[in-house]
Write a protein that binds this ligand. Structure first.
Ligand SMILES: Nc1ncnc2c1ncn2[C@@H]1O[C@H](COP(=O)(O)OP(=O)(O)OP(=O)(O)O)[C@@H](O)[C@H]1O
Ligand SMILES: [Mg+2]
Length: 518
């Protein structure tokens, strides 16, 4: 039999051992380094049971393997199938085992000896069991120097193993937590870098000089703190530019806070922008304002043209004083924010109509960035369309590599009232509808097909009668005339209407229909 019991020694020696055990337990629990802990357990065990060596096998549950790092004096890691050897038997049975003559035991796994060059004579092997009764490995002491392992040794080693299991579990959890934390830090850094790169001027695509000028002005003013007013029609990339300004500035590691002024009801403007103290009204919780949450970074006031006059006055005060007053707050809080704003309205017109404060306009309009309408930079339509094709491949789950020449022509000819955003949506829609690896003319929306400048070629499969062609040409002429009138009158709609022989409302209707106005 492998299993052996020996006589219990004197109570005096037992007391000594258990005092030692208490001391070891204390030290085990203060050791936070996993390798050091393994060494400490092994050292103490060999010393107290008078053995030549101790090995701690840790169970790798995922791989179904036992691995050992420290055997006294051996630094290599050994790994083997968790069902093998005496350690495997102890692990499976969950009970300790004393083997008197290793090489005579059928359970003994001699390859470990040949790996380590150690000659095992006898073994005392105990499971490493946590207080939750989970076995996390096996602990064994090898080669009693004098005679055989006694039952007292067995009790001692088991008691030590119980303490060791707790300490090992703690450090392992700690190490895992530390590793996880390190991973999170790295992940966060990578994500931040990715975001920063995604929002530089490189993200503003276009070879047209109007786009080139926008990139240049953003780059030139990147490290200043001056306010930029970004104007342009819907979907022209105003927010894209606002992000580029932020992520190219030294403020890039601080928050970029976008506030949609159009969505701020007058009653909430103050609390939302400046913050509100707890208990100002019943049930009101303390809330930091959006301006303060942008501290150190950039505040982007989107749709600034929709801010009420009262709110404009309050905002102006913040910009002048560089501090915010909380609703119900005792004293103003200083803030350091760069303020950029965007609008699709003509603010000068709004000033004339007494809907926008001139002093606020001057504060915001230090740099003016005007985003060109897509129809003004038609030559960039193919580039943008191809970019969106690639951008949405994953999301749509379909790889479409090209756009047929006639489809591209139609895209380039269309007047795009919704600008780049509309183009992006159109490309997405066509990708979904397409049945081939190419976007074809028939995949495009009717509004685009109706507006094609050229009569389709005879072989396009779609016969277009003279009537439609005439209607189309008339429309194009109408658009051209309206544009000319608007340019000549510098956007004065009343004068333009007069010039065209239309009523004011009639012109407004046409501007809307063709996406030429706001
Ligand atoms: N030059 C460009 N290069 C690449 N993508 C662009 C460009 N211009 C706009 N986009 C994309 O078009 C979409 C609309 O842009 P954005 O939201 O910045 O427009 P906006 O002017 O703020 O629109 P709105 O007035 O409707 O708020 C976004 O997906 C943006 O990434
Ligand atoms: Mg926007």
């Amino acid at each position: 039999m492998d299993y052996m019991r020996a006589e219990v020694k004197s109570p005096h020696s037992i007391l000594e051992k258990y005092t030692a055990l208490l001391d070891i337990s204390y030290r085990l629990n203060s050791e936070r380094n996993f390798d050091q802990l393994l060494k400490l357990i092994a050292d103490e065990a060999t010393k107290h049971v008078d053995a030549e060596r101790a090995t701690i096998f840790i169970l790798d549950k995922n791989k179904g393997e036992l691995w050992a790092k420290v055997a006294l004096g051996v630094s290599d890691t050994i790994r083997f199938d968790a069902r093998l050897g005496i350690a495997g038997a102890v692990l499976i049975a969950g009970k300790s085992l004393v083997v008197e003559d290793a090489y005579k035991s059928p359970l003994f796994y001699p390859s470990i000896d040949s790996l380590t060059g150690f000659h095992t004579r006898n073994i005392l092997s105990v499971p490493l069991r946590t207080p939750k009764q989970e076995i996390i490995g096996v602990f064994q002491v090898l080669n009693k120097r004098d005679g055989k392992f006694t039952s007292e040794d067995e009790h001692f080693v088991q008691a030590l193993a119980n303490q060791a299991a707790i300490a090992l579990e703690n450090t392992q959890t700690l190490t895992e937590l530390e590793n996880r934390q390190q991973e999170l830090i790295e992940e966060n850094q990578n994500l931040r870098k990715e975001v920063e790169e995604r929002f530089t001027t490189k993200s503003i695509l276009g070879t047209n000089s109007k786009i080139g000028d926008i990139r240049a002005i953003i780059e030139r003013t990147a490290d200043t703190n001056v306010s930029a007013l970004i104007t342009g029609e819907n979907g022209t990339g105003k927010e894209l530019s606002a992000r580029a300004i932020h992520f190219m500035s030294p403020r890039r590691t601080k928050p970029f806070v976008a506030v949609n002024c159009a969505a701020l009801p007058d009653t909430l403007v103050e609390s939302e922008l400046f913050g509100i103290e707890k208990g100002v009204a019943t049930g009101v919780e303390r809330r930091v304002g959006r301006i303060e949450s942008a501290n150190g970074g950039t505040l982007f006031l989107d749709e600034i043209g929709d801010l009420s006059l009262t709110a404009q006055a309050k905002l102006l005060r913040v910009l002048q004083e560089r501090e915010v007053e909380w609703v119900g707050g005792r004293r103003p809080v200083p803030v350091d924010v760069r303020v950029n704003a965007a609008t699709n309205k003509d603010l000068r017109e709004e000033i004339q109509q007494n809907r926008f404060r001139q002093d606020l306009y001057f504060r915001l309009n230090v740099i003016h960035i005007h985003m060109a309408a897509l129809r003004e930079i038609r030559s960039d339509i193919p580039l943008l369309a191809m970019y969106f094709l690639k951008k949405h491949t994953k999301e749509i789950g379909r790889e479409i590599q090209s756009i047929a020449p006639d489809a591209l022509k139609a895209l380039t000819a269309y007047h795009w009232p919704g600008n780049v955003r509309e183009l992006e949506n159109e490309v997405k829609r066509a990708m979904v509808l397409s049945t081939t690896r190419e976007i074809r003319l028939q995949d495009l929306s009717d509004v685009i097909l109706e507006e094609r400048l050229e009569v389709p070629e005879a072989d396009s499969g779609k016969k277009v009668g003279d009537k439609q062609s005439l209607k189309h040409r008339v429309t194009m002429l109408e658009i051209q005339m309206i544009r000319d009138a608007m340019t000549q009158t510098e956007g004065d709609r009343r004068r333009a209407a007069k010039m065209l022989g239309l009523s004011h409302q009639g012109l407004l209707n046409k501007l809307k229909r063709y996406g030429l106005g706001d």
